[in-house]
Design a protein around this ligand. Structure first.
Ligand code: ADP
Length: 686
């Protein structure tokens, strides 16, 4: 995963280079490669089609060559077979009449022979038979004479002492057409003497027809030609097509020679000469189509890559501009990604943070065990609080700072959780401001306390006046006693002792008044401790009584039995109680109010079944109550309706109560007046 992120960030760099797509070197290179590929494939395919054509032509030519050789041997076989049959005519020593019957039978079986003659050794005609399939070819010419071709054939036969042929010649026919005829002469021998000859006249066209197989004659045009190419006899169909394949083979016969020629026509030889070429062409078209599709696909990919690069660049810019630290961890707890803001926050570089190994370098050593446990809980599948949690991290220089960590599961493209993503906020500044405001509040409270004492100065002087007057009275009395009896004749010891005792009592009383003021003003450390409600009341009641006496208010303070101690900052809560009591007494300072009673009541609050216990303090008066317009501004700082008021009392009270987790409320008292109520958490309850 870390590699993935690194690869991604590396990609961002390289992909950004692609952004000016029109001119970037990689685009030019890509296009050149593609053009070369297209050209190469086109050339390859053209060559393939061409080669396939050539190959097919060679195949056809080779088959033709094979066929012509086969045809030559077929023709030779026919000639040889016929020679044997002719020879057989003489085995029975026939008479001309019996010979003619046999010869007639043979002619019926061999269409290619036009006529068979039996001549004596001087070539005089003994007997002859014409083919029954044609009009006798030689009748109008008078074949009884010895023809030169027959003479030539027999001369050859004599010379070779065996069957021989003569060159073919043209015989015009009565139907206007003609025949190319070749004479064959078979010498009849008795010992060494030639006793006669058998002459067979072959119609060359019929030789071709009789000796060649049907597939051969169907596909090709077969002909006998002379050495110079002059056609003698042709057989077979003339095909269509522009391309002609030709094969020739010389056929040597004793006494003459001919060439057998075969012609073959190709039907559509130019574009698709055969199946192979068609196949190759089809495959080429398919290949080109695939190439085109691939090109389109590449174009789309390139566009997607481009968009991705844009998006990554955008995301990176966004991450870099964030002041919130971002950190991703895999399921094993290894840090896989950090953004620059996080690096800046902790003072470690990204490489240091991503280096494998736990614990993270920004975990303070004293907390690392606790953090590891927290991580285990997280990895067990427990979701962190949505609003985040506070933690303490360590900078590279060792200084600690508070952070707010908000974690969420990291879900990958497949929808599976691959780790945790955290957003981290450095809250040290926030903490500093909170501390400042707390200190400010404290100073304000100290000022308010002093102001209260200032307000009470006249009361104090009055309160102190009494014991001081009593003290001075007793002191003067004692002095008078001593002055009246300078020798000590009269025993006055007991009276002076009494006076001194009274003096001591009054001095103690004055001392208590001063101590209560001192206790109130003295700044104590801000600590939350368990304090009994009665102790809180005892601390403020002397001061309350001071004012109550002046304003003729009856004070009643009650703590319900069984009320637990409260967890609070004692000084502050005392101030809240005193403020509320003072406000209550001042509200009753009107000639119209005859019954002046202040009731301070402490009890366990009704918590409606929740486990947390709260203690409720209420301060009730029978004053004029609070009008609606005053209610709206009651807790605003510096709001007062009194000529010498500061308007800070209630706003401070509410801040203090809320800091303790409680709430300050007010309601109308019956039959008139107001009840202020506030709650504080009971001690010893979590
Ligand atoms: P201060 O006492 O200096 O005026 P406070 O914030 O304590 O400032 O009180 C603000 C105002 O609320 C008072 O001026 C008074 O008009 C009103 N107020 C407070 N307590 C009572 C009460 N018990 N009865 C009637 N009015 C009250």
């Amino acid at each position: 995963m870390r590699q993935e992120f690194q690869a991604q960030s590396a990609n961002v760099g390289s992909l950004q280079v692609l952004l000016p797509a029109e001119r970037s070197p990689s685009t030019v290179r890509r296009r050149t490669l593609w053009s070369s590929l297209v050209l190469l494939v086109a050339a390859l395919l053209a060559m393939l089609v061409w080669l396939a054509g050539i190959y097919e032509a060679n195949q056809v030519q080779a088959r033709l060559d094979r066929d012509v050789a086969e045809a030559v041997s077929d023709v030779r076989a026919v000639f040889a077979h016929n020679a044997q049959e002719l020879q057989a005519l003489q085995y029975t020593h026939p008479t001309p009449n019996t010979w003619m019957i046999d010869a007639g039978t043979m002619l019926r079986e061999h269409r290619e022979i036009l006529r068979i003659e039996w001549r004596d050794s001087t070539l005089r005609l003994q007997a002859h038979v014409d083919t029954p399939f044609r009009v006798p070819a030689f009748d109008h010419q008078g074949r009884s004479d010895v023809q030169s071709e027959v003479a030539a054939a027999c001369a050859n036969a004599r010379r070779f002492s065996g069957p021989a042929y003569a060159s073919s010649y043209f015989v015009p026919m009565v139907d206007g057409l003609g025949l190319e005829v070749m004479e064959f002469c078979l010498p009849l021998q008795s010992g060494a003497n030639v006793t006669g000859y058998l002459i067979a006249s072959y119609a060359l066209r019929d030789v071709l027809e009789g000796s060649l197989t049907r597939p051969m004659t169907k596909n090709y045009q077969v002909s006998f030609t002379e050495g110079d190419g002059t056609r003698l006899a042709v057989f077979g169909s003339i095909g269509r097509g522009s391309r002609i394949f030709t094969a020739r083979q010389l056929m040597n016969l004793p006494g003459t020679s001919m060439v057998l020629r075969m012609d073959s026509w190709r039907a559509t030889p130019d574009l698709f000469p055969n199946v192979l070429t068609a196949l190759v062409t089809a495959m080429s078209i398919a290949l080109v189509s695939v190439l085109a599709l691939l090109g389109e696909d590449m174009r789309r990919r390139f566009k997607a890559e481009h968009d991705l690069a844009d998006m990554l660049a955008f995301r990176k810019a966004m991450e870099d501009s964030l002041v919130t630290g971002l950190r991703a961890r895999d399921l094993q707890g290894h840090t896989t990604y950090v953004n620059p803001a996080f690096c800046q926050m902790v003072g470690f570089s990204a490489d240091e943070l991503l280096a494998p190994g736990t614990p993270a370098p920004y975990w303070p050593p004293e907390c690392s065990e606790e953090y590891r446990q927290r991580q285990l809980v997280r990895h067990a599948g427990n979701l962190p609080p949505r609003e985040g949690y506070e933690s303490v991290f360590m900078r590279k220089d060792g200084s600690r700072f508070p952070v707010l960590v908000i974690e969420a599961p990291l879900i990958n493209a497949q929808g599976a959780q691959s780790g945790w993503m955290s957003a981290l906020l450095d809250i040290s500044e926030q903490r500093r401001v909170e501390e400042l405001s707390r200190a400010g509040l404290e100073r304000l409270q100290a000022t308010a306390r002093l102001a209260t004492v200032g307000e009470m100065a006249s009361l104090l002087s009055h309160e102190l006046n009494q014991p001081l007057a009593v003290i001075s009275g007793y002191a003067a009395g004692s002095l008078n006693l001593l002055r009246a009896d300078p020798q000590g004749a009269v025993p006055i010891g007991s009276e002076v002792r009494l006076a001194l005792q009274r003096i001591a009592e009054q001095a103690e009383r004055a001392g208590k008044v001063i101590k209560s003021v001192h206790d109130y003003v003295r700044r104590r450390d801000q600590v939350r401790e368990a304090v009994a409600p009665q102790a809180l009341l005892d601390a403020i009641l002397p001061l309350v009584y001071l004012q109550a006496r002046q304003l003729s208010v009856r004070v009643q303070a009650e703590v319900e039995p069984g009320t637990p101690s409260v967890q609070c900052d004692r000084t502050m809560v005392e101030q809240v109680l005193l403020n509320l009591a003072r406000n209550a007494m001042q509200a009753m300072d009107s000639p119209k109010i005859l019954e002046r009673s202040l009731l301070i009541d402490v009890r366990l609050a009704n918590t409606h079944g929740t486990s947390k216990k709260w203690v409720e303090f209420s301060v009730a008066d029978l004053g004029g109550g609070i009008g609606p317009e005053v209610q709206q501004q009651l807790f605003k700082p510096f709001f007062t309706t009194k000529t010498e008021g500061m308007g800070l009392g209630l706003s401070l009270c509410r801040t203090v109560v809320e800091q303790h987790g409680g709430a300050l409320e007010f309601a109308a008292n019956s039959p008139h007046g107001t009840v202020f109520t506030f709650t504080l958490p009971a001690a010893g309850v979590a």
